[in-house]
Design a protein around this ligand. Sequence first.
Ligand code: ADP
Ligand code: ADP
Length: 228
Amino acid sequence: MIRFDQVSKRYEGGHEALSRVSFELAQGEMAFLTGHSGAGKSTLLKLIMLMERPSQGQVLVHNQNLNRLSNSQIPHFRRQVGVVFQNHQLLFDRSVFDNVALPLQIAGYQPAEAARRVRAALDKVGLLNKEKQNPIVLSGGEQQRVGIARAVVNKPALLLADEPTGNLDPALSAEIMKLFRQFNDVGVSVLIASHDLGLIKRMGNRVLGLSKGQLVHDGVLQHATTTA
Ligand code: ADP
Ligand code: ADP
C-alpha cells in the first residue's frame, strides 16, 4: 500500500527532516509512527499525501510512484487517502452532517448518495444522532470522531492520522484508537503518527520509530522497552 525507497527530505534552508527512510506498509496493515517532536513524523505523512515532495528517493502509494504524479493529478490522488488531523480542522459555520459531506461535495456526488454515505460514516463513529448539531457544541472526543467520519466518508483504502489523540485524555484516546482499529478490521490500511508510547504499546501494532529523520525502529514494542 505504501512503499518508501531511500526517501530523504530537506526543507529549503533547513537540515534533513528525513534521511534515507525505507519501509513498506502492506495493504490492510495498521502501524504507528512515533518519535520525539521534530523527528520527521509529519513530514513522512505529508509525503504520502503529496503535501510535500521528497528531495531524494521514491514514495509509492497503491503502486503509483508519486514522483510521476503531476500537481494537477494530486486532487484525484488524494481521494484515495483519508486524513485525520490533531486539531480535526472542522468548520464551525455548518453542521456535523455538512462537515462530513464536504469531501463528497468536492468529488461531485449526487446529494442522495452523499447523504447515504454521510450517515453510514457517522454511524460507524457512533454520531448518527448528532448530525444536525454544530460541531462547536460537541466534546473534544466527539469532534475528533467527526473528523474521522469525514476522513472515511469516501471509503479510502488508506487512512492517515497525525497525532489524532493529541488533545484528548487517555480514556478518549483509547476509544479513538479502537475506532481506527475497526476500520483496519474491514481492510483499510492505517498509519498513525503519535508520541503516546503507552497507548501505542497497549495497541500491540507494528511501530515505526523515527529519530532525527532516521528510521531507527521497526517492529512491535514490548512493554519494558523504549524507542527513540
Ligand atoms: P514531527 O512531526 O516528528 O514533530 P516534522 O516532520 O514536523 O516532525 O519536522 C521534522 C523537521 O523538519 C523539524 O526539524 C522541523 O523543524 C522541520 N520542518 C518541518 N516542516 C518544515 C518546513 N515547512 N520548513 C522548514 N523546516 C521544516
Ligand atoms: P456501501 O458499501 O453500500 O456504500 P457502507 O458505506 O455501509 O455501504 O459500507 C459497507 C462496508 O464497507 C462496511 O462493512 C464498511 O465497514 C466497509 N468499509 C470498507 N472500507 C471502508 C472505509 N474506508 N470506510 C468505511 N467503511 C469501509
